[in-house]
Design a protein. Structure first.
Length: 146
């Protein structure tokens, strides 16, 4: 049983964003402050990645733990009401994410997935270093095939 009325639940759910979320903005601002320039929500690629480095063929998805079903995460739990709906919804999101990942890899892109629970002010430098290494790897690969 839900704690809110159907109207209130609809209002609350309508305020949840699919882009420019707080974790995404936090990571983007940090990457920008470190000198990395990128495109956002690039519609030409499968899954419209949150952050794209076209020059380096690298994309970053900032996944919400609940919406993308992050395994073994305290944020990613199925609500007690409407269990069947939420299970199907999250499983469909996971399947779509997997399909987008495969498509991007087949196109030769490096894919980096960051989970909402990983993004905090203490972990931003670590995430930046991982993304930077990924970009460096793609640079090396691109020079080898010239």
């Amino acid at each position: 049983m839900d704690i809110w009325s159907k109207e209130k639940r609809t209002e609350v759910m309508s305020k949840i964003r699919s882009k420019n979320t707080k974790p995404e903005l936090l990571l983007r601002k940090y990457l920008f402050s470190k000198g990395l320039r990128y495109r956002i929500n690039y519609k030409k690629l499968p899954g419209k990645p949150d952050i794209v480095f076209p020059k380096y063929k690298t994309v970053v998805f900032v996944n919400g733990c609940f919406w993308h079903g992050h395994d073994n995460c305290k944020i990613a739990h199925i609500p007690k009401s409407n269990v069947e709906f939420w299970t199907n919804k999250i499983n469909n999101n996971k399947k779509r994410d997997e399909d987008n990942l495969k498509s991007l890899l087949l196109l030769g892109w490096c894919v980096f997935i960051v989970w909402e629970c990983e993004i905090n002010k203490f972990n931003l430098e670590n995430l930046y270093e991982k993304i930077k290494k990924s970009i460096s790897l793609m640079l090396i690969i691109s020079y080898q095939f010239r």
